[in-house]
Structure formats: C-alpha cells, structure tokens
Design a protein around this ligand. Structure first.
Ligand SMILES: [Zn+2]
Length: 258
C-alpha cells in the first residue's frame, strides 16, 4: 500500500511536471493558441492567461504595410550603431546576436535615444506588403531605461552575399538555447542596414513572440538588404517558418516617411 502511494505521488508529480513543461512551450505551428498559453512561473492555471494579449490585443504585430499613408511630419531616424564583439545566441526560436553589456550603439528617433540590445532573424518575413512576403526579416531591438521598446525591421531579399550575415551564421550555436559568449568576433552592425535609411513605415505594435506585449514602436525601412540563396538556406537550417502571421490593424494607421 505504501509502495502504491509513493508510486502514485511520483506518477502524479511526473504528470504535473510534464503539464507545466507543455504549458510553457510555444511554437510557430501553435501560434493561434498563444493567447491561451500559461506562463511557466505560475504553478496554478490562472484565471486570465498572461499571454492573453496575443489573442485579444488590438495593437498586435506584424501587419500588412500596404495601406500606409505618406506623412512629412515624422521624425528622422539616426543610426548610431557601432561595431561590437557580441554574444551569439540560438534562442530556440531564432538566430540572435546579443550586443555586449557596454555597447553604446543606439537608434535616435528625433531626439529620443533607444539603446540597441539585440538583433535577430525571422524566416520568412513577418511584415508583408500586400501579397508580398520577403524571404527573411531582421529585427533590431532597442530598449530604453524606462522599458520603452522600439524595433527596427529590415526586410531581406536574395541576391548578393552578405559578409556580416555570414559571420553571424558561422558563430551561432546549432544547439537550441545555447549562447556563445566571449566570441571575440567583431561585427559591423551598420553593414546590416540598407543604403537608404531615411524612408520607413511606422506604427504602434507589439512583440511578435509571446508574451506579445504592446506599446512597441515599430519602424520598418522601405529599403531592403540582400543575402545570397545559400545564406538563406543556412538560415533555414537553424529555423524555418519562425514568423508570426499578419495581425489585424484594427484602429491603427500606418504612416510612411518619405
Ligand atoms: Zn522579431
């Protein structure tokens, strides 16, 4: 009897652990359910799921940028991106570059400075323009001291080889969740930007992965950068289809700076 009790409680504990693990994991195949995924820090099923905003948020990203209207009143963007020896991170969902702790690079939106924290790739693009989806999309994530987030999106097309992108591919660990620190590899961040940097789409949106938090300012450059077909294939060997589907605009307008 004692044995059975121990066995049962162990069995229940195992089941409980499994259910927690399943609840924390999210995948791109499962994205319609992100609004119902439980946060791993909670031991009981909450009444309101913490990722609910993925499902019920009204300012979600990405979106279709086709309905933009040109505005002359928008801020200028200034890129103060410097070279860095970053960490290379396989997040389990994307190829990511984490800038070093003392990195000084930032994006200026008008006079407002947003420090660059990390950049990562999606395949294919998350933002679309009408029926056009791009082969990939690069996100530069900037976080201000007060927590305000600005993401710069750069759409990727296939064409010429990109040497900075190659350095990223060659240094990113293939093991999911693995971080390569102290790489001692210099990366020229500016070389990941297109030539034309003064035209962009902008709107208020969200993180495109759980918890899908809103209040994120989006800037997507109209000009693109190129990577080769071989490099695109290499990116896909890490993650393919790691893109959230387009979300409803609801009451938002997309402005385009010319
Ligand atoms: Zn992203």
């Amino acid at each position: 009897m004692k044995f059975i009790t121990i066995f049962s409680s162990h069995f229940l504990a195992t089941l409980f652990t499994l259910s927690i693990v399943n609840a924390t994991e999210w995948s791109y195949e499962d994205q319609q359910r992100w609004g119902g995924i439980q946060d791993h820090n909670q031991h009981e099923v909450p009444h309101i799921y913490p990722y609910a905003v993925c499902g019920i948020g009204q300012h979600q990203s990405p979106v279709d940028l086709a309905t933009s209207h040109t505005s002359k009143k928008l801020n200028n963007l200034k890129f103060r991106y410097y070279a860095d020896k970053p960490d290379f991170f396989n997040t389990g969902h994307a190829v990511q570059v984490n800038l070093s702790n003392d990195y000084q690079g930032e994006l200026l939106v008008g006079k407002e400075a947003y420090p660059l924290i990390q950049l990562h790739f999606h395949e294919p693009s998350e933002h679309v323009i009408g029926t056009k989806t791009f082969p990939a999309e690069l996100h530069f994530v900037h976080v201000r001291d007060d927590g305000k987030i600005a993401v710069l999106g750069v759409l990727l097309e296939t064409g010429k080889d990109n040497s900075v992108f190659q350095t990223i591919l060659e240094n990113t660990p293939h093991q999911e969740g693995e971080l390569k620190q102290n790489s001692n590899v210099w990366l020229s961040i500016t070389n990941l930007l297109p030539e034309k940097r003064d035209e962009y789409y902008t709107l208020a949106g969200s993180l495109t992965t759980p918890p899908c938090s809103e209040g994120v300012d989006w800037y997507v450059l109209t000009d693109t950068i190129e990577i080769s077909e071989t490099q695109l294939a290499q990116l896909k060997s890490f993650f393919s289809g790691n893109a959230r589907l387009k979300q409803e605009l609801n009451n938002r307008a997309i402005a385009k700076k010319k």
